[in-house]
Design a protein around this ligand. Structure first.
Ligand code: NAD
Ligand code: IPM
Ligand code: MN
Length: 342
């Protein structure tokens, strides 16, 4: 087997700290060949762009992209995110964002809880359509339009993906997140596609929940959740809520998949660059390490992914935890503990 070719993009803040941890774990279980790219806010301040013009061509030859996080106090968030993370996700049509919400033993939560947020990752509220109009209206009268884009094909492919995933799980239940009471065009199309597609999956039970009620259900009735399919923005918000319920934003892993496998997929923790704790060596690396496990799954090595996940669970159970989980261990302590348990 040739080594797995991985492009690493540490990015900003704790992105580099957790990605280094994740790479050490990947190196401990798999034969990987890593090329690191310095793209992020410092690169932007030096070059005026988040990544070079031929970056997608460069990345295309890799088996996978492993990403830390971007976001800096020195560059506006919409520049960093549209210039890097969203450029890669949308440029490589990574239309399925898979975000498991995993509960662990030892954190005073019910470890039998386990659900997955499947987030539409190519359109919806992140279509980037709109503009600002200042001229002819004068100060204090500016108008901004941010338009969502929901296509029938875009809805169908993510909903079908979620049904296929639900089918592989013991509970075989899929919940659609909607807001079709207020958003009478886009989310009604979403609901119709969900209902139509469900007929192809008679083995999967379904229900539909308005997003506001879904936020409450995450907190109050999480045992009713299995696979949850949501639009881009709804999935973004619900995945942070899920990770907070499980114990910390630092735990959550994610995969930005191009299921068609025309382009490489990108694996990254759900959290951001956390400027409030960057540089202190205390970031929780488990979300990034878990994202490495998803990378191994995607590249045909779920056996290795499962080993990494078991080592994460054992590390938490043994009380080796960073501050966000109530512990006092460093990023490096937790990383080495995972490697020892591998
Ligand atoms: P954030 O996820 O960076 O941080 C939110 C809170 O969670 C902070 O208190 C932080 O300290 C804590 N936290 C996050 N990850 C942690 C970890 N691994 N260990 C311990 N604590 C952790 O979200 P934010 O503060 O809203 O955003 C900060 C910056 O990151 C912004 O610029 C934002 O745009 C960007 N961002 C980037 C990504 C990405 O690159 N994928 C994702 C989310 C936010
Ligand atoms: C995430 C982040 C991104 C998103 C931002 C950084 C654009 O919050 O990956 O969850 O909203 O998709
Ligand atoms: Mn988010």
């Amino acid at each position: 087997m040739p080594p797995l070719k991985i492009a690493a993009i540490p990015g900003d803040g704790i992105g580099g700290e957790v990605l280094e941890a994740g790479l050490r774990v990947l190196q401990a279980v798999a034969d990987i060949e890593v090329t690191t790219y310095p793209w992020g806010s410092d690169y932007y301040l030096a070059h005026g762009e988040m990544l070079p013009g031929d970056a997608l061509t460069t990345l295309q030859r890799f088996d996978a992209i492993y990403f830390g996080a971007v976001g800096s106090r020195e560059v506006a968030d919409h520049i960093t995110l549209w210039g890097l993370r969203l450029k890669i996700c949308q440029g490589f049509d990574q239309w399925a964002n898979v975000r498991p919400v995993k509960f662990y033993e030892g954190l005073n939560r019910d470890p039998s809880l386990d659900w997955i947020v499947v987030r539409e990752n190519s359109e919806g509220e992140y279509a980037g359509l709109g503009g600002r109009q200042l001229s002819a209206r004068g100060p204090g009268n500016e108008v901004a339009i941010q338009t969502s884009l929901f296509t029938e094909k875009g809805c169908e492919r993510i909903i079908r993906f979620a049904f296929e995933l639900a089918r592989t799980r013991p509970r075989k239940h899929l919940t659609s997140v909607t807001k079709s009471n207020a958003q009478q065009y886009a989310m009604v199309l979403w609901d119709e596609v969900f209902q139509r597609t469900s007929r192809d999956y008679p083995d999967v039970t379904t229900d539909s929940e308005l997003v506001d009620a879904m936020a409450a259900r995450f907190v109050l009735r999480p045992q009713t959740l299995d696979v949850v399919v949501a639009s881009n923005l709804h999935g973004d918000i619900l995945s942070d809520l899920g990770s907070a319920l499980a114990g910390s934003l630092g735990l959550a892993a994610s995969a930005n998949l191009n299921p068609d496998r025309v382009h490489p997929s990108m694996f990254e923790p759900v959290h951001g660059s956390a400027p409030d704790i960057a540089g202190q060596g205390i970031a929780n690396p488990l979300g990034a390490i878990g994202s490495g496990a998803l990378l191994l799954d995607h590249l045909g090595r779920p056996d290795l992914g499962n080993r990494v996940r078991a080592a994460i669970a054992a590390t938490i159970k043994d009380g080796i935890r960073t501050r966000d989980l109530g512990g006092s261990h460093s990023t490096v302590d937790v990383t080495l503990a995972v490697i020892v348990r591998l």
